[in-house]
Write a protein that binds this ligand. Structure first.
Ligand code: KG4
Ligand code: ZN
Length: 389
């Protein structure tokens, strides 16, 4: 099966072509091609993602990215659109005029690729941004007569490590750590996800980004904090200056909270007139240590409580090398534990993981949407939702 993945939930416009075969016990994936445009530089000046700007950028970039990607695809012939279909697609893309203007010249010259299914992120994410991807998928589906499988972005993060690994032994626990989410998910069977704990306030990536802003570091702040913390680890100060709380470390549940930690950083900064470079490094390290300790402790507890032998970690924050290596230490506690991390390019938002999730959905008998009109962006879609369409 060949799947075209489309991801526009936040600030990456991402497409991918994935070949998938095998069954749930041994799925096998080959990425035939990817095409990604990161809007980070555009949003940097606002210190965060600006939804309407993200929408406009997606609308501008989708057609050129697809055109680029299709060079890697086996293709058939150019499809001639009927007047009726043309009108339907034109109405569908009314709110994205830039996308519409690029769509018709493209579709009238590009041979239909040999694609069996279109996978598009339905949510969670920024709704204006999600809609562009969804409308693009609908337009392609109409023009090329290819079914659409709507995908939960977080399920994409869950399956992302399985691109290079064999499937996970279930039950598994997934730790999802991104800019919008921090949650522990129990996976008893594929497609059935139970949120066993989540953050009561900020997501961990959000906390990294906010603390980075307090330290005058550019957006996205996660990698910047990580860099400072690594410098401190490589060349430690003689005397530790800061001590931050480990929120909810000992709470008797699987919940997280990072807003108090963020505020503690703010007070620490306010107490001093300025922070020199060494102090910034120390504070970044102390913050990263606090976050890591909590993530590792709660994850360990969840693995033990549910007797899970597999830990899957997904989401942009797992690009953090300290968090990654600290979670690896869990193998010392349970030597049979299988740890599944995505490769670095699959840790942050991408479309290969969306196409992979579509294959898992297909294997668990979820049907593609019947009638694209039912497809809606769902900004707050939960991983625990049963039906996406
Ligand atoms: O999964 P993702 O690409 O997008 C969302 O779905 O949110 O995650 C983005 C988040 C941002 O908050 C970013 O700062 C964080 O992941 N991040 C990191 C690192 N790389 C990205 N956080 C800590 N350390 C990193 N190295
Ligand atoms: Zn994400």
């Amino acid at each position: 099966m060949i799947i075209l993945g489309i991801e526009t939930s936040c600030d990456e416009t991402a497409l991918s072509l994935l070949q998938a075969d095998g069954d749930l016990n041994a799925p096998h994936f080959t990425v035939l091609g990817t095409s990604l445009f990161s809007q980070v530089k555009i949003h940097e000046q606002y210190g965060g993602v600006f939804p309407m700007l993200a929408k406009r950028e997606h609308a501008k970039n989708l057609v050129p990215l697809l055109s680029n990607l299709l060079h890697t695809a086996v293709s058939g012939t150019v499809i001639q659109l009927s007047e009726e279909l043309r009108l339907e697609i034109s109405t569908l893309l009314e709110r994205e005029p830039e996308l519409r203007d690029a769509f018709f010249p493209f579709i009238e010259t590009a041979p239909r690729p040999n694609v069996d299914m279109i996978a598009v992120t339905q949510g969670p994410g920024l709704e204006p941004a999600l809609w562009v991807g969804i409308n693009f998928a609908r337009a392609l589906s109409l023009a090329w007569n290819i079914p659409i499988m709507p995908i939960n972005h977080m399920e994409g993060h869950i399956v992302s490590p399985l691109l290079t690994k064999t499937t996970a032994e279930l039950p598994a626990v997934a730790l999802l750590i991104s800019g919008g989410h921090t949650e522990l998910v129990l996976i008893e069977t594929w497609g059935k996800y139970t949120v066993i704990g989540e953050t009561v306030d900020d997501a961990v990536g959000e906390a990294f980004d906010k603390v980075a802003r307090m330290l005058d570091l550019p957006y996205p702040g996660g990698p910047q904090i990580s860099k400072l913390a690594e410098e401190e680890r490589a060349n430690p100060s003689s005397e530790p200056l800061f001590s931050l709380p480990r929120p909810m470390l000992h709470s008797n549940d699987f919940k997280f909270s990072f807003s108090g930690l963020k505020t503690a950083v703010l007070y620490t900064i306010k107490k001093r007139e300025t922070l020199n470079a060494q102090e910034k490094q120390q504070l970044a390290k102390e913050f990263e240590d606090a976050v890591t300790e909590v993530l590792v402790a709660k994850t360990r507890k969840a693995l033990e409580y549910y007797g899970a032998k597999t830990l899957i970690v997904g989401g942009g924050v797992i690009a953090n090398i300290h968090i990654r290596s600290s979670l690896e230490q869990l193998k010392k506690v349970d030597r049979e534990l299988v740890l599944l991390f995505p490769t670095f390019d699959l840790a942050t938002d991408n479309a290969a993981m969306i196409a992979m999730a579509a294959y898992f959905n297909h294997l668990t008998d979820k049907k593609p949407v019947n009638g694209h009109k039912k497809l809606k962006a769902l900004g707050n879609l939960s991983i625990a939702s049963k039906s996406l369409n």
